[in-house]
Design a protein around this ligand. Structure first.
Ligand SMILES: [Zn+2]
Length: 402
C-alpha cells in the first residue's frame, strides 16, 4: 500500500526546503555550457537528502539514484537557463529573485529549476517513508537543453548506458499531465552568386536577389504544412539572414537564411528538407538546403556533435507511464487531471523521439513564464509536484511493470 496522505504531508513539510533550494539554484547563473556551479549545488542537496548514489557524468549532467531494484525509472529536469534578456524589463534582480507566500521569482523558476527542486524532494520522501517497489529511481539534472534539447540524453543513453523504462519530464505543465509536443529542425538555405563592381551590376549575379523569391515561397509553404488533430500544424519561419559580399560597392556573392521548422505528428526531417528543395525558386537558384549541426563544448569541455533535428513525440494516453501519473494524481489530489501537450520542445525529442523510450510530463510552473522577464513559479505547485514524483516509481512497479 502506498501511504498517499503521508506523502502529501511530507511534501508540505518540505515546502520551505524546496523553496530555499530553488532560490539557491536561481542565484547561481547557469546558462547552457556554464552550469558547473548549479550542478555542484544539486549534487550537494541530493547527498544531504540521503540519495544512495550521486554522480556527475563526463558531459556534466548530475545523476542521483535511489534504490537498486529491477525497474529503472527516471525523472529529468534540465538545469540550464536562457539569459535574462533586457534587464530593464525585470522588476527584481533575475538571480537575487523575490519570494512571498505564494510565488518565487527569478530566471529558471518555471523553466525549470523548480522541477529540479521538487524532484530532489520527491526522492527524499521515498527515502523517508520507505515507499515500496522493485525500482531504481534515477533523478537527472541535465545540461545544455536550452541550446540543443535532448543532446544530454543522447549522451546518457549512448555513453552512460542507461535505458529507463520511462522518463518523467518535469518541464512546466502547470501541474497538468503532458504526453507530447511538436518536433523541430534548424535548416539553412544558401544561394551563391557572382560578385562584381557595384557600378556595373550586369557583370555579376546577385545572390541576395536569388533569395527574394525563395523567401516568398517559404512564407507560402508555411500556410500549407501538415495538420495533426492532437499536436496541431507544422510551421516554419525564417529566423536569420546572412550575406557575403566583397564590399558595400559590389554585387553580393552569397546569401543564406536560417529556417525554424516545427514538425507535427507524421512529418519527417527528410520530408521537411525535400519540401524546401522542391520549391521552384530554390531549384532556379541552385540553392543548397541543409541541416545545422551543434557542437558547443559542455561545461566540462566535452564535445558531442549532433544534427539540429529534434523529433516529434507523442505517448498514447493509455500507456503505462501516462496511466501511472494519472492514477497518482487522482489518489493524491482527489481530482481529475488535464492530459494535454506542450507548445515548446523538451528533452523528450531524443529520449522518446530518437530512442523510443516513453516520456510523460508533469511539472511545476507555467509554460508562459519560460524565457520571459519576471519569470516566476508557484509554491503550491512545487509541493504538489514533489508529492507526485514520490509516488511514481511505486505506482508503476506495483501496478504496471512486468
Ligand atoms: Zn525548459
Amino acid at each position: 500500500m502506498i501511504p498517499f496522505e503521508k506523502v502529501l504531508s511530507k511534501a508540505e513539510e518540505y515546502r520551505p526546503k524546496i523553496s530555499r533550494f530553488l532560490r539557491d539554484m536561481i542565484a547561481l547563473p547557469s546558462e547552457s555550457c556554464g552550469e558547473k556551479e548549479v550542478i555542484c549545488r544539486i549534487k550537494a542537496e541530493m547527498e544531504a537528502c540521503g540519495y544512495d548514489r550521486v554522480e556527475i557524468d563526463p558531459m556534466g549532467n548530475v545523476l542521483g539514484f535511489i534504490g537498486t531494484g529491477k525497474h529503472l525509472v527516471a525523472l529529468d529536469a534540465h538545469i540550464d537557463t536562457v539569459g535574462i534578456g533586457d534587464r530593464s524589463l525585470w522588476q527584481y534582480d533575475p538571480y537575487e529573485g523575490y519570494e512571498d507566500d505564494e510565488i518565487i521569482v527569478g530566471r529558471g523558476a518555471s523553466d525549470q529549476e523548480g522541477g529540479m527542486a521538487s524532484m530532489v524532494y520527491g526522492g527524499k520522501i521515498i527515502k523517508d517513508l520507505g515507499l515500496p517497489g522493485d525500482f531504481t529511481l534515477m533523478v537527472v539534472g541535465s545540461v545544455q537543453e536550452e541550446d540543443c534539447d535532448g543532446l544530454c540524453w543522447q549522451y546518457i543513453i549512448n555513453e552512460g548506458g542507461y535505458r529507463p523504462e520511462f522518463v518523467v519530464l518535469t518541464e512546466p505543465t502547470s501541474c497538468n499531465i503532458y504526453r507530447g509536443h511538436r518536433g523541430r529542425m534548424e535548416i539553412r538555405v544558401s544561394a551563391k552568386g557572382l560578385s562584381c563592381h557595384g557600378s556595373a551590376p550586369e557583370r555579376g549575379d546577385n545572390a541576395i536577389y536569388k533569395m527574394a523569391p525563395i523567401l516568398q515561397e517559404l512564407r507560402a509553404l508555411h500556410e500549407n504544412l501538415h495538420y495533426d488533430p492532437f499536436l496541431g500544424k507544422g510551421s516554419l519561419t525564417v529566423s536569420e539572414i546572412f550575406f557575403s559580399s566583397p564590399s558595400r560597392c559590389a554585387v553580393a556573392d552569397g546569401c543564406s537564411i536560417s529556417v525554424d521548422r516545427r514538425l507535427t505528428h507524421g512529418e519527417t526531417w527528410e520530408k521537411a528538407l525535400q519540401e524546401i528543395r522542391n520549391l521552384p525558386a530554390v531549384k532556379a537558384a541552385g540553392a543548397e538546403v541543409s541541416m545545422y549541426t551543434y557542437d558547443r563544448p559542455s561545461w566540462t569541455g566535452l564535445v558531442y556533435p549532433t544534427e539540429c533535428f529534434f523529433p516529434t513525440w507523442v505517448l498514447e494516453e493509455d500507456h503505462a507511464a501516462c496511466r501511472t501519473l494519472v492514477e497518482g494524481y487522482r489518489e493524491l489530489f482527489r481530482s481529475e487531471p488535464l492530459v494535454d501537450k506542450w507548445t515548446f520542445s523538451t528533452n523528450g525529442v531524443s529520449i522518446m523521439g530518437r530512442f523510443g523510450i516513453p516520456c510523460v510530463g508533469f511539472g511545476p510552473g507555467h509554460e508562459d513564464q519560460a524565457h520571459a522577464p519576471n519569470e516566476r513559479t508557484w509554491k503550491d505547485e512545487l509541493v504538489k509536484a514533489a508529492a507526485l514524483y514520490a509516488v511514481v516509481p511505486s505506482i508503476y512497479t506495483e501496478k504496471h511493470a512486468r
